[in-house]
Ligand binder design. Sequence first.
Ligand code: C2E
Ligand code: CA
Ligand code: CA
Length: 967
Amino acid sequence: MIGSLSHIFVASLAVLAGLCIYASIHHLWVGWGRPARRVHLLFGILSGVAAAYVLAKLAAYGAENAAELVERRRAVVDFAVLFLGLFAWFVAEYTGEKRRWPLLGLGALSAFLLLANAMLPFGIFFSALPELRHITLPWGETVTDLRMRTTNLWFGAALGLFLSSFVYAGQACVRQYIHGDRQRARSLGLAIVVFFVIALINQVVNFGALKFVHTAEFGFIAMVLLMNWFLSQEMHRDAEKLAASEHRFRSLVDQSPFSIQVLAPDGRTLQVNRAWETLWGISGSALAGYNILQDRQLADKGILSYIKRGFAGESLELPPVIYNPQDTPELPGAPFRDRWVRAYIYPIKDEGGRVGEVILMHEDITERKRTDDAIRNIAEGASVRTGEAFFEALVKQLAALFEADYALVGVLDTHVPGTVNTKAVFAQGKTAENFSYSLDGTPCENVVGQQTCIYPSGVQHLFPDDALLAQLDCEGYIGTPLFDAQGAPIGIVVAMSRVPLGQTEYMRKILEILAARAGAELQRLQAEARIRQIAFRDPLTGLANRASLHETLPALLERARVSGRQCAMLLIDLDHFKTINDALSHHTGDLVLRAVARRLTEVAAKETFAARVGGDEFVLLMPEISGDAASAELQARRLAEAVVVALEKPIVIGDQQFKIDASIGATLFPQGSADEHDVLRHADIALYRAKSQGRGSIQFFSVDMLAKASERLEVERRIRHALANGGLALHLQPQLDKAGRIMGAEALLRCRRPDGSLLLPDALVPVAEESGLIHAIGQWALANACACLKSWESAAHLRDLNLSINVSNWQFVRDDFVAQVGRHLEQSGARASRLTIEITESVLLYDIDDAISKMRALKSMGLRLALDDFGTGFSSLSYLKRLPLDELKIDRSFIQTLDVHTPDVFIESIIAIGHAMGMSIVAEGVESEAQHSVLAKMGCDGFQGYLWSRPLPEDGFAEYMSASAMS
Ligand code: C2E
Ligand code: CA
Ligand code: CA
């Protein structure tokens, strides 16, 4: 038993040395690795030195003689000194408590001791060969040792190194316990204490207090093994921590909603996450042959340079790019997937700042991009298109964006509730006809006035009553309501598809934006239509107005020129409408005009354009009647006749009945018309002619009318010129009483032509009336008549004469007529009693009450009043008694047709009634003595005519008066 144990001490020391060697190799390995770890490296060296120390000690135990022992002991001391120096350094590294000067001091002391140990003949511990001693261990093993008991200076230095190493280690350990990692401090503390205790025991042996082998090696070994254990534990813990954080990192990547690609510095892909695989439709394993740094698609799109910057260590955002994995040959079998992506690239660097991995994160911005593009499209489209074109573009765009088979914009019918009229329809790739449909039972019923509705699939089954859905075989439906600015529903925008809809959220966004724009456009159109209505409609009759005629006519003219067909314009003027309007009320007048408009539209064909172009003037435009002018004229004439007949039928308003006569001027065009103004002028000329022919007549324009019309223009020019240049004159025709005495004169207007000839009132007055010049002429005549009367006052033979003046109806109906007369009398100072105003019966037609009140006013001013041309008007004697007249003038036509041999009952009764009412009766146009005597016999009071004198210029009249006074 004992024999088997005879080498146990040595053997176990060898085993422990082996353990130290193992620890040394292990930690050197760890220390050298990447990343390098100085603590392990130091510890590896420390363990190696410990192993060397133990082996040296083992060798010493086996020494044969003192000399051999001393040499072997020298090596032991070397390793012990080395160990102590390294120990302090290791502790400094391990705790992080590095103190430069103490460490340098320890290093210097160690070096000094090593040097001394090598130089001294017996090493630092012996001054002479020591005495050997053999120690038999309790189990019978015998080892060679020596008696030490040396207490020389060198020994003191070694002890100093020993103690200062421990002091340094101890304080580092305490500091770490206080300030740093307590677990580390505790582990280290334990190792130091064990080391120190065993080293103390060794000293006790050294001083011979204990009879045993030196135990120093056990201190070294214990310290190495304990620290090896602790360091290994730490390494294990670190590895676990690393594994855990790696796991966290992997799951973070994998579960991220962002697409992540982890790349190796050489460009290969290390990992992709699920979001990445879903985005591109490729599994990560398909990337085996792919290297991002050689991706041609990225290079072509200019993105590779950014990625390379990422690999070079920069963190940056890549510009948005559209990428399709199918276009990259290194990704065989990749599906077609055009995606807009925005990517961020950033490298992960190690402690040394080297790029380890590169992370590429993408975001799929395809939808956002599409939405942005759609919005931009809408914005751009909106700026160039308006009206119908806008809606057409909108539905087309909608169908394209949603890949829908049908798209439409509908407007609620304001007249038929629950009905939608489409504004634009896009069906299967093209613009389609508009139509109307009822909302009942359709998905739109849930949309109109409410909110966006999406039926991604099966919409036909949800709305079995919707025939349209079934007919179009729709699966998916999306609709959004249109509102006006006040929030009232006005329509709907719909897209329908034969396949189920995807990406409905994106659709909703787009549709609502489009709908807002469409709603605004609809409103704009409605506003425009209202403005057009106001601008181009006659509010009273609802017919088109003059502005509208001016817009329609040129277009029609142009069309007719191209087609070569004749059109017709009928210009319709109501006769005596002013009488109705003035005599009754404007309200009645309005009702009559409305009735007329209704009748016009009744007789006109649907395509005939009807307009009210003036107070009582209407236009009918017959578009492109016929290529043959004769047949076009025939049709236009038929319409004109139909109009006359339609208007002749009495119009009943309240308890009153009206019969309307109309004069119609018609013209064909484009024949002979250069432009719209010609057409209007021709119709106007024809109307003028029609009016001059009496009530209810129809005249077609002919070229010879143009000559007449230009004559009229010439006359008008002449009048203007005469008014401005004193070319007007009043000629006086004497009037005689029964006794043949001259009692006065009638002033008759004359206008001198440049050649000296005279323009007579029959040609002049109608033109003046029509052009409004009659007012200026009337004023002129009144002023001159008054001046003439005044001048007569200074001549005895003229002083008692009376002067008659003719007044046009247009003058007389003016509100200020009476005042005008008063003003002229006053300004001239002429006597009112010498002035007679001649009016005609027709003036009574307008407003008889107004006429009477004016006549009374004139009478009260002292004037005389005469009724001119009596018998030609409506010749009703009944009203005569209401009129404050002084004189009746029997019209020239009666005198001329007078049969001088038989009594004229008509003239006799006029004279009788006139006399009965206290009027004097004047016969004008008396040309023969026979006429004179017959009229005188019948009781006429005054006479006027060529028999005595033609109308004479003022000075001629004065001469005539002097001559007659002398005769
Ligand atoms: P009237 O008032 O009936 O005037 C009488 C017309 O008969 C005048 O024509 C006169 O020259 C013409 N006359 C007179 N005696 C005879 C005769 O014995 N035989 C024939 N055949 N004719 C005779 P006149 O001057 O050409 O005037 C035509 C009309 O023009 C006038 O008819 C009157 O209604 C209108 N008139 C004339 N002067 C003025 C005026 O200053 N103002 C307005 N508003 N009308 C005027
Ligand atoms: Ca007259
Ligand atoms: Ca007359």
